[in-house]
Design a binder for this molecule. Structure first.
Ligand code: IDP
Ligand code: MG
Length: 139
């Protein structure tokens, strides 16, 4: 089924000049960017985005990291986009991510792991609407 997911190229990957490689991986996998923005999140925008993790011990560190530099936020569209993007990304901890995945190639550790990807169709919907207006989404 054709669906959309939200991806974020995190500050660590932007600093490493990996934007082009990562977007190329999406395109080659049949995940078409249909909305893209480069931006810098404030700490409170990062906290809102990761609100589901607010009880976790790494919440403050994670949201400080996400606000530490520019990111690229994308809506990707394709067949089974949520699942396909999770496969492309690899495991949360780059040390455990399968060879050939984005996190294996560009992640540094379990926190600085290069990319975000929605984990379900429902969270994709919420995350896409968190960052993009209907005008940007062409709906
Ligand atoms: P995911 O990004 O693979 O979906 P989540 O469990 O949703 O992983 O965690 C969100 C983000 O929080 C991760 O991508 C990573 O940046 C950070 N994170 C997850 N677990 C840890 C941890 O144990 N220590 C530090 N940061 C973590
Ligand atoms: Mg997650």
């Amino acid at each position: 089924m054709t669906e959309q997911t939200l991806a974020i190229i995190k500050p660590d990957a932007v600093k490493k000049d990996a934007i082009g490689d990562i977007i190329s991986r999406y395109e080659k996998a049949g995940l078409k960017p249909v909305a893209v923005r480069m931006m810098r999140m404030s700490k409170s925008v990062a906290e809102g985005f990761y609100a589901v993790h607010r009880q976790r011990p790494f919440f403050d560190s994670l949201t400080t990291f996400m606000a530490s530099g520019p990111v690229v936020v994308l809506v990707l569209e394709g067949k089974d986009a949520v699942k396909r993007n999770r496969e492309l990304m690899g495991a949360t901890d780059p040390a455990k991510a399968a060879p050939g995945t984005i996190r294996a190639a560009h992640g540094t550790n379990i926190e600085f792991n290069a990319v975000h990807g929605s984990d379900s169709a429902e969270s994709a919907r919420v995350e896409i609407n968190y960052f993009f207006s209907s005008m940007e989404l062409g709906v």
